[in-house]
Ligand binder design. Structure first.
Ligand code: C2O
Ligand code: CU
Length: 517
């Protein structure tokens, strides 16, 4: 894979797009998506096999290089987990202990992070748990959160964008009493279908290209994939189909829906909503998920579409993908459909324990995001930015103070959005979330609680999930401490100063990082 172009990001890019706008060159889109023919069957990531050893469900994942035939006869170099592109779907039940034996067979360090998972910081797979080439890392933890569509992807310092873009990502589904008993489509790959949406740029040789062309949000690709399939269709055999949508792109925000029907939103990032919400479209920024249920008539065809995304008050939205509209996935209903129930479910037995209470919030923190910085600072592996006390409920007030899109993600917890500029969030943002699109200059008040897993030395991350932004420093670190504990020193904090620009993206510290834990 090569990187194309060499324009600076940030203010220079902004100046560029403003100049384009100023000289009257306002195209419909500068980042159009090719129209696909929907003739390829949607790939379904296989369910990962596991074995139970002494009560622990053990999975194996290997990051490896390979080639993938996205287009007939064209071999594209890609990376994947246990295969050439993407990875298997891991699946576990609330209350289970899991372990993952992760082996890095790439030629460079990487990591694997469990996005949305509540777990000890040392198991989180962030930049402090990088794995050297040839090494194996074996995190273990207990699943202690509601049923949800989580995912996993690399998180190595400064090169996350590239590792995800090359193909390293997969789903991690959690089940619980409520999800098992729910009247929802649940047959994996049949009527309960993961849909990992990504966009790519292919060069003339059919190889993946990450464009550093000054496109401020990062690379916006002209080819859209669903589970790695270009122009995918899925045969629907039931009256309703549940799509577990994941925006697995590095930069592009999608606004997904159907042009000819509504859908029922049943879950957001962290699990089931209180009740289904009827929606025409759902906006998903990088890292966000939504589970939707779509109803079909026998014999008909429809397409999951990405509408022109409403990015909020961003400057020159046409340069941020805001004017792009395209189809993502075709659904083809069989002539006879098996009946499906109306979506409905009861609360989990854990609902009271999981509930967050605004009146218990003890601490409020503010996070202002501007050009690659959070609260005026760039990521420093050796610096703890926030110290959280175990057991505390907190309110994080998050705001993008520049007219640019950002996608704010917090590790360790699921949060509730209390308000957006003082107003109650729309119903699609009212469920459990770990990532939220920030419309510029709006204040998002997020409620979260840090129940356990104290570790004064190993931090969790909070960051922008637009991965170029993250790599360039739009990330910070927090530790959770117990009574009387103070923040310690991150184990491989090496003084920071990285992630400061495109030039660093390949720099890495491969020699100085140890695969540990
Ligand atoms: Cu999905 Cu910190 O990442
Ligand atoms: Cu960002």
């Amino acid at each position: 894979m090569r990187r194309a172009g060499a324009l600076a990001a940030g203010p220079a890019a902004l100046a560029l797009v403003l100049a384009l706008a100023g000289c009257g060159m306002v195209p419909g889109s500068v980042t159009p998506v090719d129209e696909a023919e929907f003739t390829n069957e949607l790939a379904i990531p296989p369910l990962a096999p596991s074995r139970v050893v002494d009560g622990t469900r053990v999975f194996e994942l290997t990051a490896q290089e390979g080639t993938t035939e996205f287009r007939p006869g064209v071999q594209t170099e890609t990376w994947g987990f246990n295969g050439s592109y993407l990875g298997p779907t891991l699946r576990a039940e609330r209350g289970e202990r899991v372990a993952v034996e992760f082996t890095n067979e790439l030629g460079e360090r990487t990591s694997v992070h469990w996005h949305g998972m509540h777990l000890p910081a040392a198991m989180d797979g962030g930049p402090h748990q990088e794995v050297e080439p040839g090494a194996t890392w074996r995190p273990t933890w207990e699943i202690d959160q509601p049923a949800a569509s989580l995912w996993y992807h690399p998180h190595p310092h400064g090169v996350t964008e590239e590792h995800v873009y090359r193909g390293l990502a997969g789903m991690f589904l959690l089940d619980d009493d409520a999800s098992r008993a729910a009247a929802l489509p649940q047959e994996y790959g049949v009527d309960d279908v993961p849909v990992i949406v990504q966009d790519k740029v292919f060069d003339d040789d059919g190889q993946l290209e990450l464009e550093d062309n000054g496109s401020e949000p990062g690379t916006l690709g002209g080819t859209v994939l669903a589970n790695g399939t270009v122009g995918a269709y899925h045969e629907v055999t039931t009256e309703r189909v549940r799509l577990r949508l994941l925006n697995g792109s590095t930069a592009r925000t999608y606004q997904l829906g159907f042009q000819d029907r509504d859908m029922e939103l049943v879950a957001s990032d962290g699990g089931l909503l209180d009740a289904p919400v009827t929606l025409e479209q759902v906006r998903l920024a990088p890292g966000e998920r939504a589970e939707v249920v779509v109803e079909m008539e026998p014999g008909e065809t429809t397409r999951l579409h990405s509408f022109e995304a409403d990015l909020g008050g961003v400057v020159v939205p046409f340069a941020m993908g805001g004017n792009d509209a395209f189809d993502v996935l075709e659904l083809r209903a069989a002539d006879e459909l098996t009946p499906s129930p109306e979506p409905a479910w009861e609360p989990s037995v854990h609902a009271a324990q999981d509930a967050l209470h605004e009146d218990s919030a003890a601490v409020t923190r503010t996070f202002d995001l501007d050009d690659r910085q959070i609260n005026g600072r760039r990521m420093d592996m050796g610096r703890i930015d926030e110290v959280v006390s175990e057991g505390d409920t907190e309110i994080w007030e998050v705001r993008s103070i520049v007219p640019m899109p950002h996608s704010f993600h917090v590790h360790d917890v699921q949060f509730r959005i209390l308000s957006v500029d003082g107003d109650a969030p729309p119903p699609e943002l009212a469920g459990p979330k770990d990532t939220v699109y920030l419309e510029p200059n709006r204040t998002y008040r997020l409620l979260m609680r840090f129940d356990d897993y104290t570790d004064p030395d190993v931090p969790y991350m909070f960051h922008c999930h637009m991965l170029l932004h993250e790599d360039e420093g739009m990330m910070g670190q927090f530790v959770v401490v117990g009574p009387g504990q103070e923040a310690g020193t991150p184990p491989d904090g090496h003084g920071g100063g990285h992630g400061g620009g495109h030039g660093d993206a390949h720099g890495g510290d491969a020699d100085t990082h140890a695969a540990h834990h």
